[in-house]
Design a binder for this molecule. Structure first.
Ligand code: 6R9
Length: 655
């Protein structure tokens, strides 16, 4: 999600407003037995490449590498000369080590009672059959395969089958339109699409196949469409279609995993593309698997023998790639995959799943946490959540109040919360607390992980002192970094490596507090400039969410004749709060008190919903259109495009 053009030039760096003093030390028991201790920071700072070599040694290599890092800025190659097979690392080696009966995935379909359990041995058989099927369809090493599927076991199986034979998968989120799908198929020049008739969402079958048919009509390069029967909906069968149950089920379940080079491509994943053409982010094999595996082991303290891990993301996003498929499987984890929505058939579904499987580690997004806050504390209180021991957050800055709510109402005040900052482009977690080490602050991602060199710089690229704010950068290459944008080398250099000399610029604002800890402040494109001060939307939103009546808030800067930009806030009230005439004043005063008078919103609008992307990020660009009384821009990446009508209806007729 990095900006097309680097963020607006700023006269000064970000104002540093929020003063959060709460701290949560790691529980003593967890600290004593944690996978990673504070020594890791020292180990990595003394010998960064040696640290990543030891992380790579957690994997099984066919041939060990010769060169750990070849760095020709901004192009990195890791573990050159090494060979490995990703699927072997995720599946076969656990079976060979006698852990074949261990559950890899507890799959929970959305319809009640619709479940499947896959052990590592089951997964090995299924992936081998699928790999043989792909070969029969003429798919070989380096070919691109588009995957457009619901959250069913065949989705990770299809990804692993591609990885096994060296085909490059491009997973397209199952909620995207036919034109989004065909654009991605064409950009990657894929020859096969793997899909399903449909999946279950919100209590009903939701068709996928008609969208694929429409997309494939525009894609002459597609030779076959491999279709899983999930819902049993009627599908129109075309001459390119092959049923999964007919082709895959009759294959041999023996398949020898070939070795691939460490720098062979593993997958392409298109970023959400809020502006312009989506970017095909390219990840490769050895470095990506090294960092996803190590971070999953370190940040979640995963104990494969005893933990039940659940990441609630969709596999169609990078979080699902790295932390439902590749990271957890390399570590031999037992994971939960849930197909549907959190409110089906009731608003306690997530907590029912945690209780049912005894989930110990939960990884979800701030948008979900704020929704649960809005639904009310009494819902999770009805379930036994005592199995949980580590909680994670990803996708947006987590507001301190949401963090504290998550810790208290889900984590029973005993579970550390790890706020993990990273991107599609970084491939794996970069900045995060370690649950057995860090005394975390609510709302802070805290420190770069061992082996990662990140910094906050001013607009000249100079490191800001403690207490300062500015732009987040990464100063040294990391194993799971993107290797480029598919088919567009120049765009890779322009987007990420041009703003600051020799540094990777992810497009996010950040501050470093007096203790040297990092706080992410949102996309620099969203920063507001009020009377000459750069103010982060995240901080004002967090101040609003800290008011007991507010569940969610989105803040934008709207052109103002006096102050340049003025702050306009859109808020959703908590379930129990009544909308009263003086709520706007109450909230404006609350923000002024929390952050200072300059941050007092000019206008506060109570709305029923906020516009979000399909991965749950607030689209402030559309709210800026509303606040500036413009016609609303492109809404095609919105999860629910009717939301903008709901918001417009709440507007005072002509501001
Ligand atoms: C993993 C993922 C990346 C953008 C990123 C940033 C935001 C993600 C965050 C966070 C603050 C966190 N972001 N995690 N901001 N704190 N813990 O979400 O990838 O979809 O590519 O989005 O998301 O703005 O630049 P992706």
């Amino acid at each position: 999600m990095a900006p097309e053009t680097p963020g607006r030039e700023t006269q000064e760096t970000l104002s540093n407003l929020l003063h959060e003093t709460r701290r949560f030390a790691p529980p003593a028991g967890l600290a004593a037995s944690a996978n990673v201790s504070a020594d890791a920071y020292e180990e990595a700072s003394g010998d960064r490449l040696g640290f990543w070599e030891r992380a790579a040694d957690r994997l099984s290599w066919g041939r060990r590498w010769d060169t750990t890092l070849e760095w020709t800025p901004p192009f990195a190659k890791w573990f050159l000369g090494g060979t490995l097979n990703v699927a072997y690392n995720c599946v076969d080696r656990h079976v060979e080590a006698g852990r074949g009966d261990k559950v890899a995935y507890h799959w929970e379909g959305e319809p009640d009672g619709d479940t499947r359990t896959l052990t590592y041995s089951d997964l090995l058989r299924e992936v081998s059959k699928a790999a043989n099927a792909l070969t029969e369809l003429g798919v070989g090493k380096g070919d691109r395969v588009a995957i457009y599927m619901p959250m069913i076991p065949e989705l990770p199986i299809a990804m692993l089958a591609c990885a096994r034979i060296g085909a490059i998968h491009s997973v397209v989120f199952g909620g995207f339109s036919a034109s989004a799908l065909s654009g991605r198929i064409q950009d990657a020049d894929a020859k096969l699409v793997i899909t399903a008739d449909g999946g279950y969402r919100r209590g009903a079958p939701s068709a996928l196949k008609p969208t694929v048919d429409e997309a494939v009509a525009e894609c002459p390069g597609i030779e076959h469409v491999l279709v899983v029967r999930r819902t049993g909906q009627d599908v129109q069968v075309t001459d390119k279609d092959v049923w999964w149950h007919e082709l895959v089920d009759r294959q041999s379940d023996a398949h020898e995993a070939p070795q691939h080079d460490a720098e062979d491509p593993l997958y392409i994943l298109y970023t959400s593309g809020t502006t312009g053409k989506p970017k095909g982010i390219l990840h490769t094999t050895g470095g990506y698997l090294t960092q996803t595996s190590w971070t999953h082991h370190a940040v979640f303290d995963l104990k494969p023998e005893s933990d039940v891990y659940w990441c609630t993301a969709d596999i169609g996003w990078v979080t699902g790639h790295s932390y439902i498929v590749y990271g957890p499987l390399t570590n031999g984890a037992t994971s939960v995959i849930y197909e549907g929505t959190p409110d089906t058939p009731h608003k306690g579904r997530f907590w029912e799943v945690v209780q049912k499987y005894g989930v110990t580690i939960l990884y979800t997004a701030p948008t979900a946490i704020r929704t649960f806050m809005k639904w009310g504390d009494d819902i999770p209180a009805k379930f036994d959540l005592s199995s949980l021991r580590v909680l994670g957050s990803v996708g947006e800055p987590i507001n301190p109040e949401a963090y504290v709510w998550y810790r208290e109402h889900i984590g029973g005040e005993r579970c550390p919360v790890v706020d993990t900052w990273w991107q599609t482009e970084t491939g794996a977690i970069m900045i995060s607390p370690l649950p057995g080490v860090t005394a975390a602050k609510p709302g802070a991602a805290m420190r770069p992980l061992p082996g990662i060199v990140a910094d906050v710089v001013d607009d000249q690229g100079a490191s800001v002192p403690d207490g300062g704010g500015g732009f987040l950068v990464v100063r040294e290459p990391w194993p799971s970094m993107l290797r480029g944008i598919w088919g567009d080398e120049k765009r890779y250099v322009d987007t990420y490596w041009s703003r600051f000399d020799g540094m990777y610029f992810p497009g996010d604002g950040a501050k470093r507090d007096e203790d040297g800890d990092l706080w992410l402040l949102g996309r620099v494109d969203d920063v507001m400039l009020v009377s000459g001060h750069n103010i982060s939307t995240t901080e004002v939103e967090s101040a609003l969410v800290s008011h007991p009546k507010v569940a969610e808030a989105a803040v934008v800067g709207a052109t103002d004749p006096i102050t340049g930009q003025a702050i306009v806030a859109f808020v959703i009230l908590r379930g129990s709060a009544e909308e009263s005439a003086d709520i706007a004043k109450e909230l404006r005063d609350h923000v002024a008190k929390a952050l200072g008078p300059i941050t007092k919103p000019r206008q506060i609008l109570v709305v029923p919903e906020l516009p979000k992307t399909r991965s749950g990020k607030i689209m402030r660009r559309l709210l800026r259109d509303v606040a500036e009384n413009r016609s609303i821009g492109d809404v095609t990446t919105l999860a629910d495009s009717s939301v903008m009508n709901l918001i417009s209806e709440k507007l005072p007729s002509a501001p």
